[in-house]
Design a protein around this ligand. Structure first.
Ligand code: GDP
Ligand code: IMO
Ligand code: MG
Length: 426
């Protein structure tokens, strides 16, 4: 059984929680793209576990975490994450493997991300400043350095000196501090030692797992609306997010996947710049942000809030080939008198599809809304669909009908068990 989980909006839909849930039956949980711009949260009881690079499924006893080749990796962040989990009693020896093909995020990538953002001034994109764009840029221009080299110190040292020398010249042009080559080399030597027990060919591990009929969970990061090709570029992240990224990022064939889940938040949130057609700037947004704790898991930035945008979400489901979805954070809409859903876009008096919009159109169009009466009852303890308030049921049924997909999980709280599950999760 292979399940793929994809963020259906602008990220932070609650993927971590759904991966943890499906992880109960999994043997492997696999990250296959992006880096520590991702922040996925699992909540067990009162304890919050934020993940940036380690797959969120790993808290389940039988799960091996796989960081596959498509991930770009900041070793400092990964080691911190490993140490933190181990200090909390989760032993990762033989439970986490990392592909030698992963490209490394270097100090100069982070410095460049920062320098470009600052130079853009009021046109800044709002990146996470984790070095994502510059690392992927180096990867495709043959200037990247992989874990492979980190495991072969001489190769690493030569490449690092060369690349860092060039990047320091660019940083000088920006008028910012250069990277200390010798100090960085010392740090990376320590990282190499610490990470070496985890490095393994993840492709072969996954091929063998598929042959042995193991249960594999592919954990997408970010959201479809941030896909490097299918978003209104440059308001994007550095990687593809749609299903095809599984193949390039892990070697797993899309045709081998049994279920493609999109995770959809019951409203919209976005961190960073770029158009957001259903954005709310009023008291309702404040209420949703506070009740939903909509502050970045990675950067702590307040997230922008809007109504659920089904025009965009439908595009996301279609392009990922989703056959089901998980609806999250429905509890956060409790107490809102009138809830709206965007069911299409109007631009210059005509309907326009999400896919045909660039950032100019997305910024100027008018969303077409359908209104729904809200509900007042606390739904966070509800575990049966029929026990949800009728208005809440109608909200879910409308989304299912619009997307022509079943809601297999409805999440009504941050805690791991706060779910309404359909009988057959597989
Ligand atoms: P991800 O990046 O998609 O994994 O999502 P994040 O972890 O960045 O953000 C989702 C936040 O919502 C986290 O703090 C989760 O603990 C929380 N969360 C997930 N599902 C629910 C839910 O159904 N209700 C509530 N109240 N919180 C949720
Ligand atoms: P998860 O996996 C929300 C956004 C950033 C910024 C843009 C580019 O937690 O859902 P980058 O640092 O990637 O170059 O920034 O992409 N972004 C995310 N927003 N959740 C994420 O991941 C994101 N990953 C990238 O906020 O707007
Ligand atoms: Mg997140």
């Amino acid at each position: 059984m292979i399940n793929l989980i994809i963020g259906g909006q602008w990220g932070d839909e609650g993927k971590g929680k759904i991966v943890d849930l499906l992880g109960r039956r999994a043997d492997f949980a696999v990250r296959f793209h992006g880096g520590n711009n991702a922040g996925h949260t699992v909540v067990i009881g009162n304890k919050k576990y934020p993940f940036h690079l380690i797959p969120s499924g790993i808290l389940n006893k039988n799960v091996t975490g796989v960081i596959a080749n498509g991930v770009i990796l900041d070793p400092e962040v990964l080691i911190r994450e490993i140490d933190k989990l181990e200090s909390e009693g989760f032993k990762l020896k033989n439970k986490l493997i990392i592909s030698p093909r992963c490209h490394l995020i270097m100090p100069y990538h982070k410095a460049l991300d920062e320098a470009y953002e600052n130079a853009r001034g009021k046109n800044k994109l709002g990146t996470t400043r984790r070095g994502i764009g510059p690392t992927y840029a180096d990867k495709v221009s043959y200037n990247g350095i992989r874990i492979y080299e980190l495991m072969n110190w001489k190769l690493f040292e030569d490449k690092f000196r060369f690349q860092c020398g060039i990047k320091n010249k660019i940083l000088k042009l920006f008028g910012v501090a250069s990277v200390d080559i010798e100090k960085s080399l010392q740090e990376y030597k320590k990282y190499a030692k610490k990470l070496s027990p985890f490095v393994k060919d993840t492709y072969l591990t996954l091929v063998d797992a598929i042959k042995a009929n193991k249960n594999i969970l592919l954990e997408g990061a970010h959201g479809v609306m941030l896909d490097i090709d299918f978003s209104p570029y440059p308001f994007s992240t550095g990687s593809n997010v749609i299903s095809g990224s599984v193949h390039t990022g892990s070697g797993v064939l899309v045709s081998d996947i049994d279920n493609i889940w999109t995770v959809i938040k019951a409203y919209t949130s976005r961190v960073g710049g770029g158009p957001l057609p259903t954005e709310l700037l009023d008291e309702t947004a404040k209420k949703i942000r506070e009740n939903g704790a909509e502050y970045g898991t990675t950067t702590g930035r307040p997230r922008r809030i809007g109504w659920l945008d089904l025009e965009a979400v439908k595009f996301g489901c279609d392009i990922t080939g989703a056959n089901r979805f998980a609806l999250t954070k429905l509890d956060i809409l409790t107490g809102i008198k009138e809830i709206k859903i965007c069911i299409g876009y109007q631009y210059k008096g005509k309907r326009i599809a999400y896919s045909s919009c660039g950032y100019e159109e997305l910024a100027k169009l008018k969303p077409v809304y359908k209104s729904f009466p809200g509900w007042k009852e606390d739904i966070s303890k509800v575990r049966d669909f029929e026990k949800l308030p009728k208005n809440c049921q109608k909200y879910i049924r409308f989304i299912e009908k619009y997307l022509k997909l079943p809601a297999k999980v409805v999440s009504v709280g941050a805690e791991r068990n706060a779910n309404i599950l359909s009988d057959n999760l597989e």
